[in-house]
Design a protein around this ligand. Structure first.
Ligand SMILES: [Zn+2]
Ligand SMILES: [Zn+2]
Length: 358
């Protein structure tokens, strides 16, 4: 019988449950989970801070495992069939419709209203749909990707890898740019990796604590500043000192703190680009001066929501081809029964990247 770690309702502890093995529909599969991730989103889920989430919920949206049982046929994007025993990951977003206005006209499938996300908007009532479990039910239409990378390397990036890949592309980083990353959590550190790959000559990072800033340096940050010991004006001075007085060409906000969005605008040079990717949940409002911080600066400010198959697919390729890029990302693994400890460690920022190893 599969075992799941479930959040019964908001603000309650995770508990283990035994559940019945699913009946496989045609062209579906049962995945035996090797690793699943614990990220900031799961902390928000446990605290009931994300809208549209059904409880009870089994968290874990990015996972790696082996196809234990396939019913019917399952193909990769090259049309090659998957076999039982193959190691795969899968896009956590399911049922993107490719028929609605957002999918077809705006070409922004991450805003498709039909989309469902394993471990976030699929609850336990929808089946075995979260990675904090011995098994996941891969419903028909789930997009699997053959994983050539070591599972630990891919999970060191985790969901932060496609998220940051999307953010860096949306930021239009140019060869030779100086990129400023606000935040040194998984998205911030992965954004540093992606910025360097995209051609940034220098990447500055403002974050905390020191252990995460060390990881930022290993990921390719040229300079770091501890946010805990420098106030906003000191941070601004530091960025200006690093950039000939102008500010960063591109700033990626990956903090979760609303005030960081206004700071991202102030720390960026005139006519530069800002991408906001760290405001995945509603932490409230912030204020800025529309004349000084935006219009007069001729800034381009963009939000970045989620990731699509293309981001996920290329992330899996990258992790296989360049594992050394994630060598400095320390993974802390927890068993299913230690899910509460894993959540606490992530919430308190004690670990850089926590994973569940069922
Ligand atoms: Zn759609
Ligand atoms: Zn995540």
């Amino acid at each position: 019988m599969p075992i799941v770690a479930v959040i019964p309702e908001p603000n309650s502890r995770v508990e283990l449950r035994e559940v019945r093995a699913p009946e496989l529909e045609n062209n579906s599969a049962l995945l035996e989970v090797e690793l699943s991730e614990v990220c900031g989103t799961d902390v928000h889920l446990q605290r009931g801070r994300l809208a549209g989430v059904p409880y009870p919920l089994v968290p874990g949206h990015v996972s790696v495992g082996r196809l234990q049982k396939i019913r019917g046929e399952l193909f990769d994007v090259d049309g090659k069939p998957f076999r039982e025993g193959d190691r795969v990951t899968f896009l956590d977003v399911h049922r993107t419709c490719n028929a609605c206005w957002y999918c077809l006209v705006a070409k922004a499938s991450t805003r498709c209203p039909q989309r469902k996300v394993y471990g976030i908007t699929y609850g336990l009532d929808d089946g075995l749909c979260g990675g904090w479990a011995t098994h996941i039910y891969l419903k028909p239409g789930t997009r699997c990707i053959r994983l050539e990378a070591a599972p630990e390397t891919f999970m060191a990036g985790g969901c932060a890898l496609p998220t940051s890949l999307h953010a860096i592309e949306r930021a239009d980083v140019r060869i030779g740019d100086t990129v400023l990353v606000l935040g040194s959590g998984p998205v911030g550190v992965n954004a540093i990796v992606m910025a360097r790959l995209r051609g940034a000559l220098r990447v500055l990072c403002i974050g905390a604590p020191e252990a995460r800033l060390d990881a930022a340096k290993q990921a390719g940050a040229t300079e770091t500043l501890n946010i805990e010991t420098h106030d906003e004006s000191e941070r601004l001075t530091w960025v200006q000192e690093q950039t000939g007085g102008r500010g960063a060409d591109v700033t990626i906000e990956a903090t979760g703190a609303p005030e960081a969005v206004a700071q991202a605008m102030r720390f960026t040079r005139d006519a530069g680009n800002v991408v906001v990717v760290g405001q995945y949940t509603d932490h409230g409002e912030t204020s800025f001066n529309p004349h000084l911080d935006l219009n007069k600066k001729h800034l381009a400010v963009r939000g970045c929501w989620g990731s699509d198959f293309s981001h996920f697919y290329r992330s899996a390729l990258l992790a296989a081809a360049k594992p050394e890029l994630w060598a400095g990302m320390r993974l802390d693994a927890y068993e299913l029964k230690a899910a509460n400890e894993a959540l606490a460690a992530v919430a308190e920022g004690r670990v850089l990247k926590a994973i569940i190893r069922p």
